[in-house]
Design a protein around this ligand. Sequence first.
Ligand code: NFS
Ligand code: SF4
Length: 641
Amino acid sequence: MSFENKSFDEASQELLQLAEDKGHATCWDRYEDMKPQCGFGSTGVCCTMCLQGPCRVNPHDNDKGNQEAICGARDYTIVGRNLIRSVAAGTACHSGHARHVAELLREVADGHVDDYEVKDEEKLERIANKIGIDTDGKDVGELTKEVAEEAISNFIGFHGEEMSWLKTMVPESRYKLLQDCDIISTGINDAIGDAMHRSAMGMDSDPLNLIFGALETSLADFLGCTLGTDLSDILFGTPEVIESEANLGVLDEDAVNIIVHGHEPVLSEKIVEAAKRLEDEAVAAGAENGIQLSGICCTGNELLMRQGVPLATNFVAQELAIMTGVADAMVVDIQCIMPALREITGCYHTELITTMPIVKIPGVRHIPFNDATANQDADQIVRTAIEAYKNRSGEVNIPEHKSEIMAGFSVEAMVDALSQINEEEPLSVITDALAEGDIRGIVHFAGCNNVKVAQDESHIAIVKEMLANDVLCTATGCVANAFGKHGFLTPEAIEEYAGEGLKRFFKAAKEATGLDLPAVFHMGSCVDNSRAIELVTAIADYLGVDIGDLPVVASAPEAMHEKAVSIGTWAVTLGLPTHVGVVPPVTGSTLVTEVATKVAKDVFGGYFIVETDPEAAAEKIIAELDERSWLMEMKAKAQEA
Ligand code: NFS
Ligand code: SF4
């Protein structure tokens, strides 16, 4: 049997065959078991907000029309409430991650932890300037403290003021629009609290009010993502262009393989250091190649971006990585960690290790990771992996597939590259190419894998169309990982997939700088979607226009997590048409669906394009890019006249 309906990734296909041979169940099998999935849940019209429920209303009941729930709630209220709660959950994830980094930064400034230090003083100063902190005469410690405290104060708005950081993150025109719509919260935690409060039983039932509430919450998520990115850059360094590899072929039979999985660099950066420190112990245990680290999900992306650690695979294949037989430890922190890992690691010698107080799995080894004892904890984790290596016995099934990749494209790294072409005005390299038509627009890819789509298939189908149509592509999260595995993060992919205009753009860049750039720019983890907005804002400011004017579209072809819902929502709010390749649970309300897919465009410029067919999606994305380019041209002509 071929496994093309489950995964487009050949490494995954090989291991799916193995799973079948050995009788291991995977998420794909469990997905089949879940069918048929409940129509009420799938369309967002199931409410469990009070103990009288669940209420499942039928929006299209011929006898009763739009059916009312016990309390009288209708489809639009229930869909609106479920939506805002999803956005709040996504926001809690990103901002929980950011909060940890912010608090760590403050601890570092206060001298309470010894195992971390500020690695990027330049970024520290740049961020301080950006948020209006006077840097004159202050040393690194003072500045770190002030930046950390300003970040933490953005979580709770004691003084009833708008989250101060947000203003620095978008063009003035966009900020004004957000203010006019009255959707800027006083703090990240306030936004999450309000979202939960207003969606409780007997609270907000006005769908429009709930939708605007969801937008407000999503802006808090955007801030959480930005803090996660900026503060991590300060602590661990701003990514620079780096080379590495992607896919399960990076696992090394002759090394102790430690796979880090989750999201925060706070833990995984320490694992990198500990792995170097304890390399000799691994060799002494018989692993002649020492320790091989690799990553899954966004912690993989974080380590790739800053340390060049290779990517093992992306979200939906996390169980398959264990079936290689050489994963000595899988170390997880927060988010996107399937509880199913326990079952599959139980069949192998693999040590599954949880580390965070809010993520435990029954029956799984927990090694608490504390910032104050980080080095010691990381050593214990790595030593546990080395011990597990000694127990390795079963057969080895490492797929040979892997691809070379280039990553590390922070906005700083991109501007740095562009300034080798035009030192004075680096962004003009992109805007000129847009004006001349060599580049038709920019598409930023974000998001996950989803078992409802064959792994990576939609990602690859859409990016191929984009490149062939001269679209400049950036990516974060599991889709960036997919592009890595399938060879799109290489210069060679330009030759293979790009249209003539895009080829000219990259050729000119190469001639001016000697740099071989990849066909797609890997900008990092999912919190690093903030980097995409930083880039877009810089371009908008350079041209003196708004984000909503630019030929830029976002796409999440295989969205899965509530985090993807919150990111998609802020992308729309910030003015980006946003494609989603999986139907979100809102279609039970025609009203909410119409607002999300049509009305939003009139207010914000951004709106959701829900399209599960990748070819149709690509067409819609390109039509949107063309429409925006045309409008920009018309506006420029009108200004000249
Ligand atoms: Ni983003 Fe990253 Fe992957 Fe999706 Fe999960 S790892 S935070 S949520 S599945 S892209
Ligand atoms: Fe039903 Fe209303 Fe309770 Fe929801 S809040 S479960 S719709 S009675």
